[in-house]
Design a protein around this ligand. Structure first.
Ligand SMILES: Nc1ncnc2c1ncn2[C@@H]1O[C@H](COP(=O)(O)OP(=O)(O)OP(=O)(O)O)[C@@H](O)[C@H]1O
Length: 252
C-alpha cells in the first residue's frame, strides 16, 4: 500500500533547559493511502501533538516526517503550506469559522484566497459538497444560526474542497451529541470508502470502532495497535467491545 505520510522516530519536546518536556518520544507511524486510523490514549499522552507533527502543523525536534515523498524539514515554508493545502484537510472539535462570513463563504475561503479567478467553479464545488453533507440549504446562514452538527458538516466540506489525500480530525465529534457524532462518522466512513485516508484523534470507543486501525498512545509513544476490518455498517457493538477490551488492556 502506498504511504500518504511516514513518521519516522519523531521526537517532539516543549520548553527549554530543565523545563524541557518530551511529548513524543521516537514515534514511528505510517499512514497508507485510503487508510482509516484512530489515535487513542489518556489525556496528555501526545495524540494531538502527533497529529500536528504528521500534518506539518508543528515542526519536530528529532526524526522525520515524509509527505508525498518529501521530508518536511527539508522544504521551505511555501512548499510546506502548498503541500498542506493540496494534500491535507483538517477537521477540529470546534470548526474555526469566521463570524462575519456566512457558511458558504467560510467553506470557500481557503480555496479562493489563492485562486480568485475560479471563484465560480469553487463555489459550485462547495455547493455540491454541502448538498451531499445535508446542508445544501444553509449556505447563506451565519455560523451562529446552525447546529453544532451542521457546523461540523460545513467544516468537513471545507476540509474536502481540495480533494485531499488525507483528512486529520482532532476530536471531530467531541462537541456533538451521540446522534450527531454517529452521523458525522457516517460521513467520514463514506469519504474514506471513496479513497481518502483519515486519521482521527478520539477518546470515544464508538468513534474509534468505525476505523480500521487504532493506535494506542501512552507517555509519548505508541504502545499498542488494534486492527479491524473496514467497517461495512454491521456489528458496531462487537467492534466497540473489541476497542473497549483493548483500552482496558492498555490502561486507558
Ligand atoms: N504548545 C505547547 N507548549 C507546551 N506544552 C505543550 C504544548 N502542546 C502540548 N503540550 C503538552 O504536551 C503534552 C501532550 O499534549 P497533547 O495535546 O498532545 O495531548 P493529548 O493526548 O492530545 O491530550 P488530550 O486528550 O487532553 O487532548 C501535554 O502535557 C501538553 O501539556
Amino acid at each position: 500500500m502506498k504511504k500518504v505520510i511516514i513518521g519516522d522516530r519523531i521526537v517532539k519536546s516543549f520548553g527549554a533547559g530543565d523545563e524541557t518536556c518530551k511529548v513524543l518520544d521516537g514515534v514511528s507511524v505510517e499512514i497508507g493511502e485510503g487508510e482509516f486510523v484512530a489515535v487513542m490514549g489518556p489525556s496528555g499522552s501526545g495524540k494531538s501533538t502527533l497529529l500536528f507533527a504528521l500534518s506539518g502543523t508543528d515542526g519536530v525536534n528529532g526524526g522525520k516526517v515524509v509527505v508525498d515523498g518529501k521530508d518536511l524539514s527539508e522544504i521551505g515554508e511555501k512548499e510546506l503550506s502548498d503541500l498542506r493545502r493540496t494534500k491535507m484537510g483538517f477537521v477540529f472539535q470546534q470548526p474555526t469559522m469566521l463570524k462575519y462570513l456566512n457558511i458558504l463563504d467560510n467553506i470557500i475561503l481557503p480555496s479562493t484566497r489563492d485562486n480568485r479567478k475560479n471563484v465560480a467553479t469553487i463555489t459550485e464545488k462547495a455547493r455540491a459538497l454541502m448538498k451531499r453533507m445535508g446542508i445544501g440549504e444553509l449556505g447563506a446562514r451565519d455560523i451562529t444560526q446552525v447546529s453544532g452538527g451542521q457546523l461540523q458538516r460545513a467544516g468537513i466540506c471545507r476540509a474536502l474542497m481540495n480533494s485531499p489525500a488525507i483528512i486529520f480530525g482532532d476530536e471531530p465529534t467531541g462537541a456533538l451529541n451521540s446522534k450527531s457524532a454517529q452521523e458525522i462518522m457516517d460521513i467520514f466512513s463514506e469519504i474514506n470508502r471513496e479513497g481518502t485516508a483519515i486519521m482521527l484523534v478520539t477518546h470515544d470507543a464508538k468513534v474509534a470502532a468505525r476505523t480500521e486501525r487504532i493506535l494506542f498512545m501512552r507517555d509519548g509513544t505508541i504502545v499498542s495497535e488494534l486492527m479491524l476490518p473496514k467497517f461495512d455498517g454491521t456489528d458496531l457493538d462487537g467492534r466497540v467491545e473489541k476497542v473497549t477490551v483493548k483500552m482496558r488492556e492498555v490502561g486507558i
